[in-house]
Design a protein around this ligand. Structure first.
Ligand code: GTP
Ligand code: MG
Length: 334
């Protein structure tokens, strides 16, 4: 089902590998943009602000054809949280590709010294910019999660490696009954252009370790594309600051006995600049997190936390009640 929703939303069956090329072409091109991009409703004012790499992207959101599901007024509200540290060049393509049915976008800025915040505000005037209180990706994500107002929270990277076009599959999995939808690059349909052999081997060992220590059957552990119902957040008691945050989320989701599903996802190489993840020190932080959680030294999780949507009444479509009332009226012969 997820695949069908995804294809409908993308309105295309373009191969994943070509997206990076499209983004780079758009960023470097001086003409009106590659034919593959929809015509801009309005050309970004950044074209005149000297930020050349942005001028091909329209301001605001991309009007993708959405499945009927997302036009439903009772659709839960979706917040997208994007941690960003010096991503001025990568951000436009990410913001541009966020589906128009997303309720709010939060950018958590790690005190960028480039024009990340300016670019975000110009590209998407409705964006909520949060200054992260501390340091690291984990700290940024936690600040974004705490500030999000939606019923569903989706986390995305700002470097162009996680594709907003896949979001319907994540949200669809939650609507279909999951508490937590985690992206996987290593299940059928997924993939990565951003992992060296060394990182793959290390990651494979960590995945195996989690399986032995906590059960579950994850195929991916350290990927930055996940979505969850906001009401499960307090059950995870997140407190990681760095790149080990995804591992902590995944392990705690298992410990809290959430209903977790994996959603296949394709990880692009970051479009511009260098990643900040360092395989050995960050791999060791992940390992330390797993060991700590196994020894019971991590924060407690709430196995029996509050259930139900964050804002009561929103996640349950009113038509369900209408159908129920009609059925009972018919049954009683009215
Ligand atoms: N706010 C904030 N964002 C961060 C911080 N560190 C990383 N990020 C963002 O987190 C996302 C992922 O970071 P990357 O450096 O690309 O790390 P990665 O994707 O795990 O590693 P690569 O595969 O090397 O790209 C990007 O959007 C970064 O801008 C931070 O300290 N603060
Ligand atoms: Mg990256």
């Amino acid at each position: 089902m997820a695949r069908i929703i995804l294809d409908t939303a993308m309105g295309t069956d373009r191969k994943p590998a070509s997206w990076r090329a499209i983004r780079q072409e758009a960023a470097h091109s001086d003409d009106a943009g590659p034919a593959a991009l929809p015509a801009a409703a309005e050309v970004s004012p950044l074209a005149t602000a000297g930020l050349g790499s942005l001028k091909q992207f329209p301001v605001g959101t991309r009007n993708v054809p959405s499945p009927v599901l997302f036009a439903d007024p009772y659709m839960p509200r979706v917040s997208v949280v994007i941690p960003a540290l010096n991503e001025e060049k990568n951000l436009p393509a990410v913001l541009w590709a966020i589906p128009s049915w997303v309720h709010e976008v939060l950018l958590v800025d790690g005190r960028s010294i480039d024009r990340t915040v300016e670019v975000a505000r110009r590209m998407r005037p409705d964006i909520r910019v949060i200054a992260q209180p501390g340091k690291g990706k984990g700290d940024a994500l936690r600040a974004g999660f705490a500030a999000a107002k939606g019923d569903i929270i989706v986390m995305l990277d700002a470097d162009g490696s996680t594709r907003p076009e896949e979001m319907p599959a994540f949200v669809g999995a939650l609507l279909a009954g999951a508490d937590y939808a985690k992206g996987s690059r290593f299940m059928q349909g997924g993939g990565t252009a951003d992992m060296t052999l060394f990182r793959r081997v290390g990651h494979g060992m960590l995945v195996r370790l989690v399986k032995i220590a906590f059960g579950g059957n994850f195929s991916d552990l350290c990927y930055g594309y996940n979505a969850f119902w906001a009401h499960v957040l307090p059950r995870l008691g997140l407190d990681a600051d760095g790149f080990e945050i995804e591992t902590m989320m995944n392990v705690r989701a298992l410990r809290a006995r959430l209903k977790v599903v994996e959603v296949h996802s394709y990880e692009e190489r970051r479009t511009f600049g260098e990643g900040r993840l360092r395989a050995i020190p960050d791999g060791l932080r992940v390992l330390r997190t797993i060991v700590k959680e196994r020894l019971g030294l991590g924060s407690p999780v709430r196995v029996l936390g509050p259930v139900g949507p964050k804002s009561p009444g929103r996640a349950r479509p009113r038509w369900l009640d209408d159908v129920g009332n009609l059925a009972s009226r018919q049954a009683s012969g009215e």
